[in-house]
Design a protein around this ligand. Structure first.
Ligand code: SAH
Ligand code: SF4
Ligand code: F3S
Length: 471
């Protein structure tokens, strides 16, 4: 597999570090997208810290502000433009360097808008040019001339960048980049390019290193994780098998063997690619959490067809049945879009029906958002905002009712909880998660952080449970 040559970037990191030495410079990074976007931000943070910038959450204190954008839904755009308005004054007052990266920068109409309405930025870069960030920044330090560093071809796999992780207990590991599925509502394949998998050895060695550093939970990331290495196999692209890894199922089995790691999660798999070997691996691997995120998108076969999801309502329900039969204690979470073009009341009722039947542990609900350049945007039968919101509210009601009932079932049970740290909203409490990804808060000392403990659940509060240490 082709890997990007990052030698130039590593050299520029040293150059910038020298320029910045002793200046006590600060950076802020705003991460606006999915977990892959967060993982990219951790790499950007790693590079910035090696270049002698110190992290600050206060934008007014920063000498360098990086936006890591997302464009999967419209609200992501509104958020960026709002924030840019805010940082303009810092730029004017103290010459803060403004860099804008991420998926949205692959959209030509957005870059045009930035140039016209927010021309004070210094660097624009995309997901394909992430590793070039130190090179771009170095140019800016020498010569304050605006840079647009966007590639229209897929960036190669990057290995060996510094990384500064946000958490000490959980770590995410990207296993592949891009998507080949072209769901008709979705912008991701256009901005992230085609599927490219990382070499098995690079992933396994990264996880081993994380285990040595004391990380307990690994989240394997990709837009379509269960097609890991598929493109390579289909196109005879060379990859090295390592510790038996030649597919997503064998990857799960290999990561499961790594000592020190206690939990393995992954997002997102695609229902159409959920092969039996993956089901068997989830069943057999004790560290693989039995909560599986299985994006539904719609419960209507007609809408699923229009979405190009390549499965029907019945196929989704059959898959759920098969998984439940084979994996003891399986729980499921999902993503659902309401108001896709052409969605009738009947179609929407099919979505409610699947939600009723599957009884998900968690449902991430989205109102359909038109994305420029996708087939969905060109469809004539768009749904009115009123109807979209009304359906969203109905779905939300059903989901909340189900979650409440499910939460009740947790009371008085014993759950294994991985303690992640102090609660952000209440310093007196620790917070952790069950295997099924439910948040549990409890009272306890700091030395429990990073441990998996059996807790008795004593109460439920919609978005979290309260637990007690078993004496
Ligand atoms: N690759 C993953 C995640 C894609 S983005 C997957 O296939 O599941 C995360 C979620 O955003 C999607 O699952 C979908 O529910 C939602 N989404 C994507 N495009 C959208 C759009 N145009 N409008 C509303 N929601 C969208
Ligand atoms: Fe988007 Fe579909 Fe790819 Fe997920 S699988 S990233 S929803 S095109
Ligand atoms: Fe993620 Fe948003 Fe890009 S969801 S892949 S950051 S468009």
């Amino acid at each position: 597999m082709a890997k990007a040559d990052i030698q130039d970037s590593l050299e520029k990191i040293k150059t910038v570090a020298k320029i910045n030495e002793g200046k006590n410079l600060k950076y802020s990074i705003l991460t606006m997208g999915c977990q892959l976007n967060e993982n990219d931000s951790e790499k950007l943070s790693g590079m910035m810290e090696e270049m002698n910038y110190i992290k600050t959450d206060k934008l007014s204190d920063a000498d360098l502000i990086v936006f890591n954008t997302c464009c999967v839904r419209e609200n992501a755009e509104d958020k960026l433009f709002g924030k840019l308005g805010e940082v303009k004054k810092y730029k004017e007052e103290k010459g803060t360097i403004i860099a804008i990266g991420g998926c949205m920068m692959q959209e030509k109409h957005i870059v045009e808008k930035l140039k016209q309405s927010y021309p004070f930025f210094d660097i624009i870069f995309g997901p394909h040019t992430l590793a070039q960030f130190p090179v771009d920044l170095c140019k800016i330090l020498y010569n304050r001339k605006r840079i647009e560093d966007i590639l229209d071809i897929d960036g190669e796999i990057i290995e060996g960048l510094p990384i500064r992780r946000d958490d000490n207990v959980k770590a995410s590991v990207a296993i592949m980049n891009g998507c080949n599925n072209f769901c008709t509502y979705c912008i991701v394949p256009y901005v992230r390019g085609r599927e490219r998998s990382r070499e098995p050895k690079d992933i396994i060695e990264e996880v081993k290193q994380l285990a040595e550093q004391g990380y307990k939970e690994i989240m394997l990331l990709g837009q379509n994780v269960n097609s890991y290495l598929r493109t390579e196999k289909e196109n005879n692209i060379h990859f090295e098998e390592y510790e038996g890894v030649n597919s997503f199922a064998t990857l799960l089995r290999a990561v499961n063997k790594i000592e020190g790691i206690e939990r393995i999660r992954f997002i997102s798999p695609h229902p159409k690619d959920f092969t039996d070997d993956v089901i068997e691996a989830i069943r057999d691997c004790d560290k693989v959490c039995k909560l599986v995120h299985l994006p539904l998108q719609s419960g209507s076969s007609e809408i699923l067809k229009a979405m190009n999801r390549k499965y029907s309502k019945e196929q989704y329900l059959n898959l759920v049945e098969k998984m439940k039969k084979n994996i003891p204690n399986l729980t499921l979470s999902t993503d659902i879009i309401v108001g896709f073009p052409g969605e009738t009341e009947e179609n929407f009722k099919d979505t409610l029906d699947v939600v009723e039947k599957v009884n998900f542990e968690q449902v991430y609900m989205f109102i359909y958002s038109r994305r420029v350049g996708t087939p969905g945007d060109k469809m004539k039968n768009q749904i009115s905002e009123n109807i979209k919101h009304e359906r969203f509210d109905r779905l939300k009601k059903l989901v909340e009712k189900q979650i409440e009932l499910k939460n009740m079932e947790y009371i008085n049970t014993v759950q294994n909880v991985l303690i992640e740290g102090r609660s952000k909203t209440n310093e007196n409490m620790l917070t952790g998660r069950t295997d099924s990804n439910k948040v549990v808060v409890l009272e306890g000392p700091d030395d429990l952080i990073g441990k998996v403990l059996p807790l008795t659940i004593i109460s439920e509060h919609m978005w979290y449970l309260k637990g007690k240490i078993i004496k």
